[in-house]
Every structure is written in structure tokens, then in C-alpha cells.
Design a protein around this ligand. Structure first.
Ligand SMILES: Nc1nc2c(c(=O)[nH]1)N[C@H]1C(S)=C(S)[C@@H](COP(=O)(O)OP(=O)(O)OC[C@H]3O[C@@H](n4cnc5c(=O)[nH]c(N)nc54)[C@H](O)[C@@H]3O)O[C@H]1N2
Ligand SMILES: Nc1nc2c(c(=O)[nH]1)N[C@H]1C(S)=C(S)[C@@H](COP(=O)(O)OP(=O)(O)OC[C@H]3O[C@@H](n4cnc5c(=O)[nH]c(N)nc54)[C@H](O)[C@@H]3O)O[C@H]1N2
Ligand code: SF4
Ligand SMILES: [Mo]
Length: 739
């Protein structure tokens, strides 16, 4: 084929407007698409509506979907490039088996036979719980439901958990403790109606770009914005009050604010008396947090805490949002509870413009933690230890209640059990722990211990490389199903194209494997819609009740908010209207918290705090985005952000190489000297593997309640090092789209 001109105007002049990016970052011309498929982005929890252009069973581009109310056609850089994964040369097109000579393609049926055989062998020899299953929150609701059922019914192992354990579980546990329900309390349309927005631990503009638009609307309406973050992120730069809190210090600010609000009478005593429990104890606790003490804990001036209380306290309407910055801690649940106490103390909840939300991270972060793929949970956000819940689900599944395993291990303890030789085999989907779990050396050493490991992915991830069998999965646009967005709105992902080669939908792989394990009669599903119909039944009467939601309703109504107990129920965009909360007594339960230090605080040998997170153009462990030209060019490599004052102390100039080293491992990257970070803290994004993996440094301390890892704090020392010489470590920008 003749080489195409590569300037856009030239291309448009020759071929018309239908141009496409290639995976390597170039352009190719296409004809008119055959059809547009209204669906959603496969990446973050915003789940933006998008139309995919399809021609000859290929996704060749996208169009905005202006009518979808959440994003009204707007998309971020990842959303517009997602379809470049489809035909990427790295797509897994057949099953692979590990041999002495490396991975070789193997027939799908033969690979599945081996998986079934090995899992059975391990269970016979070592017991049912010696096999663990890991799922993911990029899974649709249908797949998440199916995998939970598969573990309990086909494998009968207690040990199933998912990657949302690294993500939202602190927020989930905190909102459940205070309000009784794990879901953002309000639709996003309430954000622009609030007079004051409090945003804690969220790099909103880079990680939840469409929510930023709601913030702008609020600002247009006169709202004031308070941001807590050790880094002045883009949203921090525009805040009315930016509080550069020390990592782990947020409780100092929240308790300090409440202390001031009580003193000045900015709490709603009538609401507290009528609709809450636990106030007196909370009042006693925050009595010990005058702004000066809060300031000491948070590492910021006391006047900032007072100012925050003055903005938040007397406001007429308000909205609190938080994300992983306060959740990724060994006190993640306590951090969130201290924040939510500020909402409940004012009674500004459950009405227009008055709300609370945790900003969902993963695509189906919300639905992924309701359908029963967590170790402690059954579908409908039911409790696996509650006899009535077990009985109900046993009925839906047609199995004896006693055959359903009890609570198993969560993600990090699963890896500890693998290391200790208690778990011998692993089946994982949609999860790249070799990059994403903390203390990477520990995780990779554990993966090497496994007697058998089967991994399901559409790319060969860093974790897939430890597998004995890798099965090729389908992308979101190659399957159909539902997810639940950041607001609690259940939406419909439509299938655009067929999976390529031998790749297939995760649910088909699970049903097929169940058959091979002798449980086929419980997994007779011919489509994801049939799975959804069983999920509706399984969720019926649970907290996350989807019974009244049908795919037709979702299409007609641009999504339906749960709980939705019957087909004539309108769904519930705003929870807690009339101040009825999710607990049996209908009240909100205050949760007093005291500040405590992180699992590892800086000391003489490791004097600096490392905090980790994200950049706008990369997604999670990077398996998907590090391959896409146009994304990878924006952030080809991780950099270590540090304040000029720290850089001077360390003798580091912008662009120099530094080694960031903790007790567990190190990462060597270029320094980015910026004024937007606290001088006692450095930041490294975690989307890269191997010697560039921030998780070489992090610790695998977890929150005692939620079991979330403490990604946001570990102690490191930073030293300037000569530029590395080997090809990978030279860290020159990668060529677009090539790893
Ligand atoms: N571009 C992009 N977008 C994404 C993702 C992605 O990988 N890339 N991932 C999605 C997912 S799964 C998630 S979970 C979300 C995450 O979204 P966010 O939580 O917004 O992202 P993070 O970068 O993990 O952390 C947010 C901020 O917390 C700050 N922080 C660190 N320690 C503390 C602390 O102790 N207190 C406070 N107040 N702040 C602290 C960091 O400086 C950082 O700016 O993003 C989603 N969206
Ligand atoms: N240091 C540090 N580490 C972190 C964080 C941090 O802030 N700092 N954040 C944590 C957070 S919030 C998160 S959410 C985790 C994410 O960590 P992971 O869940 O490990 O990250 P992903 O990149 O989503 O990994 C998913 C893998 O599954 C594949 N995949 C995606 N969708 C599907 C699917 O539908 N089916 C199948 N079979 N495979 C699929 C992708 O190709 C990828 O290889 O990382 C955590 N790790
Ligand atoms: S904001 Fe999230 S859902 Fe929307 S386009 Fe970007 S990555 Fe996709
Ligand atoms: Mo996440």
C-alpha cells in the first residue's frame, strides 16, 4: 500500500473526514463507517458514553454521544484512544502454554482441559481452599457475579477476591459504617448545586476528568472549592483553599474542622438528635483536636483548618468527595469516616445540592464490589457470614447453604498464603498484581511459588508471564453487559465487534471451565443477558437491589440507579432522601476516629515520604495504555516529583536520574523538580513495571478493616545516580505504542 501522507489537513483533503489513528501513532484513512454503536468507555469509573464507529467488524474510530447525560459527549484522552487496543499487534489471539522453550500457542480446548485438570489435582491433594481465584473491577456486573458464583459453586473455594481490594474498599467500608450503604449518595447533577465542595485526596483533573466539568459548573454557580492533597494538582491550583496536607495527616484537618464547627455552632443539632447515633462520643473525641493540634498532625498552618471550617461550616449546601489519596492508607477507613462525619454533622445530605461521594476509580469499581466477587460477600452486597443471606443465595443457586464456603482471604493475604505455600494454585482474570500490588518483590516471589497458575487477559501482562496457561480474553467492545458508574447508575455496554482469533468473553471461559469441573448444570448461560437476569434475582432484597433493572430500561432511561426493587420503581438517583439511612434503625452512625501514624513513617535512614498515584494518560498497571501511541508519548516514563528545596538538599537538578529506595526495593527514574509538592514528600506514578515500578518501594501494610494497601505512604531515601546505560534503564522516551 502506498504510504499515506501524515498531516491531518492533507489526509482530510484526500480522503474526507474519516481518518483513524493507528496503534503506532500514525494515521490511516477509512471509508464511511457501517454503523455507530452507543456504548461506554472501558476505562475509569466515570464510564463516559461514547459511540464506536464500526466498519467490516472492526472498530475504526469514535463519535461523541451527546445525549448521554453523564458526560454529554465529552471524553478524556484515554477514552478517545481506547479502540486502538482492538487490533493491536500484541493482542493475545490464542491460548498459550509455558514450556521449557517459553510460551507456545496451544489449542483452546487443550488449554482448558489442562486448567481443569490442574485445579482439580491441587484441590484433591491440598484441599479446596488451596486454589484461589482473583477477579477484577473492570469486569461487567455479569462477569463479576458469575466469577463469585463459580468460585463458591464450581470450585467451592473460600479464597476469591478482586483488584477492587486495592482501590475502593476503604470508602466502601466507611460509608457503610456511617450511612449503612456503600454507594455515592448523590447523582453528579447535585455537584453544581452545592455552595461549597470539599475534595480530599483526588487528582480530579487527571483521574476523573469529566467530574472536573461538574466542578466548573459549580464554580460558575459561585461555589467555593477546598482541596486537600500533598501535591498542588491541577484542581488544587484552582481551589479557593488548597491545603497541602502531609500524607496521612487528613484526620488532623477533618477533626480540627469539626472542633471549630462545634465551637462556632455550625452543626445541625436538630438533625443530629433526630437522625443520628454516636454524636456525644464524636464530640468528646474532636474536643481533643483544636486547630493547633490538627495542624501539627497535618503539617499545615492552623489558620488553614479554621478557614476550611469557616467555608464548610455555615454553608447552605455542600458536597464532599474523596478518592484514593485518603483511602490508600493503613487507616484508610478511619480517614474516610473522619471526612464523612463532617457531612453528617451538618445534616447536609439526602437533598438537592447536599451530598457525599467516593469517586469510583475502576470502570466497574461500584458494581464490581456488589455482585459477590469479594471474599466477604455474596451478590446484592450481601454478607457471606449472614445465615439469612447465605440461605437466600443458596436458593438462587440451587445448592445447599452449607456448601457455600465462608469468608476467605482478601487480595494481599492471598499473596501471603501463596508465599507461605498454603495456596498452591491460582486462576486470575483482569488483574496485574506483579505491577499493581504493593511490595513488588514479595508479590513476584510469591507468583513463582505457585504449583499451577492460569491467567486470563487480552494482553500478555507482566503477571501473565508467571502463568502456566494464559487464556485470551475479549475487550469490553467485544462483549456485552452492564456496569455501574461512579454515581450508582447501571449502564449498558453494547457489543461492537467479535473477539479476534481464539480470544473469547470471560464469561464464556468461566462457564466452559465450570462444565469441565462438573458443575455445568449451574452455569447454563448462553448470553450475558441470561446472567444479568439471574443477577437481578440474586440481588433482590439485598442492599444493592437490581431486581427492577432490565437492559431495555437502561437503554430507554440512560441508565437506572440502584436500589431499584421492581420494574415499576423509578430507581434511586439520590440516597437518604427524608434522612432515612441504610442502617436498620434508619439513622446515620457517627464514627469517632483518632489519628494514628502510618505503618512506616520516615526516620533517619529513610527520611522522605514516598506517595504514589497516577498521571492522566496512563491507566492502572499500564497493560492497556502503555501500548497506545498518543498516550504513551504524553508520559513515556515515570518521573519522581520533588520540591526545589529537597532537590537542592539532595543535589538534584530537574531531569537528573534519582534512585528512590525503601527497605524493600528501589526505582530509578528522572527527577521532576516542581514547586507543587510538599518538600518532605516525593511522588512517583505507578503505571510502569520492572525497574520502573513504584511498587518496588511500597509496603504491604493493609487497613485492618478494608484490607486496602497503604500505597500512599512509605519511607524512602532519594539519591542522585548517574544515567543508567542499559537500553531499558536508559529511560529515553519510548517510541509511540511500542513497549
Ligand atoms: N488517568 C488515569 N485516571 C484514572 C486511573 C488511572 O490509572 N489513570 N485510575 C482510575 C482508578 S482505578 C482510580 S482508583 C482513580 C484514582 O484517582 P485519584 O485518587 O484521584 O488518584 P491518585 O493519583 O491515586 O491519588 C490522588 C491524590 O492523592 C494524593 N495523596 C497522596 N497521599 C495523600 C494523603 O495522605 N492525603 C491526601 N489528601 N491526598 C493524598 C496524591 O498526591 C494524588 O494527587 O483514578 C481512576 N482514573
Ligand atoms: N503504588 C500504587 N499501586 C497501586 C495504586 C496506587 O495508587 N499506587 N492504585 C491501586 C488501584 S486504585 C488499582 S484499581 C489497582 C489496579 O491494578 P490492576 O487491577 O492490577 O491493574 P489493571 O491494569 O486494571 O490490570 C488489569 C489487567 O487485566 C486486564 N484486563 C482489563 N480488563 C479486563 C477484562 O475485562 N477481562 C480480562 N480477562 N482482563 C482484563 C488488563 O489488560 C490488565 O493486564 O492498582 C493499585 N496499585
Ligand atoms: S473520564 Fe474515564 S470513562 Fe471518561 S473517557 Fe476518560 S477514562 Fe474513559
Ligand atoms: Mo483504583
Amino acid at each position: 500500500m502506498a504510504k499515506l501522507p501524515q498531516s491531518i489537513p492533507e489526509l482530510v483533503a484526500r480522503f474526507g473526514p474519516h481518518l483513524n489513528r493507528t496503534p503506532s501513532g500514525g494515521w490511516t484513512a477509512i471509508g464511511e463507517p457501517d454503523r455507530l454503536v452507543k456504548t461506554h468507555c472501558c476505562f475509569c469509573g466515570q464510564q463516559c458514553g461514547i459511540q464506536l464507529k464500526v466498519k467490516d467488524n472492526r472498530v475504526v474510530g469514535f463519535e461523541p454521544w451527546e445525549e448521554f447525560p453523564f458526560n454529554r459527549g465529552k471524553l478524556c484522552p484515554k477514552g478517545v484512544k481506547r479502540y486502538l487496543q482492538d487490533e493491536h499487534p500484541d493482542r493475545l489471539l490464542s491460548a498459550l502454554e509455558r514450556t521449557e522453550a517459553g510460551f507456545v500457542p496451544v489449542a483452546y480446548g487443550k488449554a482448558m482441559d489442562r486448567v481443569a485438570r490442574e485445579l482439580t489435582r491441587v484441590q484433591e491433594q491440598y484441599g479446596r481452599d488451596a486454589v484461589a481465584v482473583l477477579g477484577g473491577a473492570s469486569f461487567t456486573n455479569e462477569r463479576a457475579y458469575l466469577l463469585g458464583k463459580f468460585a463458591r459453586v464450581a470450585l467451592r473455594t473460600a479464597n476469591i477476591d478482586y483488584n477492587g481490594r486495592l482501590c475502593m474498599v476503604s470508602a466502601a467500608a466507611a460509608s457503610k459504617k456511617i450511612f449503612g450503604i456503600d454507594r455515592s449518595a448523590n447523582p453528579w447533577s447535585d455537584i453544581p448545586k452545592a455552595d461549597v465542595l470539599l475534595l480530599a485526596g483526588s487528582n480530579l483533573a487527571e483521574c476523573s476528568p469529566i467530574t472536573t466539568d461538574y466542578f466548573w459548573q459549580a464554580r460558575e454557580n459561585g461555589a467555593r472549592i477546598i482541596v486537600l492533597d500533598p501535591r498542588m494538582t491541577p484542581i488544587g491550583r484552582t481551589a479557593d483553599l488548597f491545603i497541602p496536607v502531609r500524607p496521612g495527616g487528613d484526620i488532623g484537618v477533618f477533626n480540627g474542622m469539626l472542633h471549630v464547627m462545634i465551637e462556632r455552632g455550625w452543626i445541625d443539632r436538630d438533625f443530629i438528635a433526630a437522625c443520628t447515633t454516636g454524636w456525644d462520643e464524636l464530640e468528646r473525641t474532636v474536643h481533643n483536636y483544636p486547630p493547633e493540634r490538627g495542624a501539627q498532625i497535618a503539617g499545615v498552618p492552623a489558620s488553614m483548618i479554621v478557614r476550611a471550617a469557616e467555608m464548610w461550616g455555615p454553608a447552605r449546601t455542600s458536597f464532599l468527595l474523596h478518592a484514593r489519596g485518603i483511602e490508600h492508607h493503613s487507616k484508610g477507613v478511619e480517614n474516610c469516616m473522619a471526612a464523612i462525619n463532617l457531612v453528617a454533622a451538618t445534616g447536609r445530605i439526602g437533598r438537592e445540592g447536599c451530598g457525599y461521594a467516593m469517586i469510583t476509580g475502576q470502570g466497574n469499581g461500584q458494581g464490581g464490589r456488589e455482585q459477590g466477587q469479594k471474599c466477604d460477600q455474596l451478590p446484592g452486597a450481601r454478607d457471606i457470614e449472614n445465615p439469612a443471606h447465605r440461605q437466600y443465595i443458596a436458593g438462587v443457586w440451587g445448592v445447599p447453604e452449607a456448601s457455600i464456603p465462608h469468608k476467605g482471604l482478601s487480595a494481599v493475604p492471598i499473596f501471603e498464603a501463596i508465599r507461605d505455600g498454603k495456596i498452591k494454585a491460582l486462576l486470575s482474570f483482569c488483574f496485574n498484581p506483579a505491577v499493581s500490588l504493593p511490595d513488588g518483590h514479595f508479590v513476584r516471589a510469591a507468583l513463582e511459588q505457585l504449583k499451577f497458575y492460569a491467567n486470563v487477559d487480552f494482553f500478555m501482562s507482566e503477571t501473565s508471564r508467571y502463568a502456566d496457561i494464559v487464556l485470551p480474553a475479549a475487550l469490553m467492545e467485544e462483549d456485552e453487559g452492564t456496569t455501574t458508574n461512579v454515581e450508582g447508575r447501571v449502564i449498558h455496554h453494547r457489543k461492537a465487534v467479535d473477539p479476534p482469533g481464539d480470544a473469547r468473553e470471560d464469561w464464556k471461559i468461566v462457564c466452559d471451565l465450570a462444565g469441565r469441573l462438573g458443575a455445568g448444570d449451574r452455569f447454563p448461560f448462553q448470553s450475558s443477558r441470561e446472567i444479568f437476569d439471574e443477577l437481578r434475582l440474586a440481588s433482590r432484597g439485598g442492599v444493592a437491589d437490581y431486581y427492577g433493572i432490565t437492559w431495555e430500561r437502561i437503554d430507554r432511561e440512560f441508565g437506572v440507579f440502584w436500589p431499584c426493587p421492581s420494574e415499576d420503581h423509578p430507581g434511586t438517583p439520590r440516597l437518604y432522601e427524608g434522612h432515612r439511612f441504610g442502617h436498620a434503625d434508619g439513622k446515620a452512625h457517627f464514627q469517632p476516629v483518632d489519628w494514628r501514624p502510618a505503618a512506616e513513617e520516615p526516620d533517619v535512614d529513610f527520611p522522605i515520604v514516598l506517595t504514589t498515584g497516577r498521571v492522566v494518560s496512563q491507566y492502572l498497571s499500564g497493560t492497556q495504555t502503555r501500548r497506545i501511541g498518543g498516550l504513551v508519548d504524553q508520559h513515556p516514563q515515570p518521573r519522581c516529583e520533588m520540591h526545589p528545596r529537597l532537590a537542592t538538599e539532595l543535589g538534584v537538578a530537574d531531569g537528573d536520574f534519582v534512585r528512590v529506595e525503601s527497605r524493600r526495593g528501589s526505582v530509578t527514574v528522572r527527577a521532576s523538580v516542581v514547586r507543587t509538592i510538599r518538600p518532605d514528600t516525593v511522588f512517583v506514578p505507578y503505571h510502569w513495571p520492572h525497574d520502573r515500578s513504584a511498587n518496588n518501594c511500597t509496603a504491604h501494610a493493609i487497613d485492618p478493616v478494608s484490607h486496602i494497601p497503604e500505597y500512599k505512604i512509605c519511607a524512602v531515601r532519594v539519591t542522585r545516580v548517574p544515567a543508567p546505560t542499559d537500553a531499558l534503564a536508559s529511560l529515553e522516551p519510548e517510541a509511540g505504542g511500542v513497549r
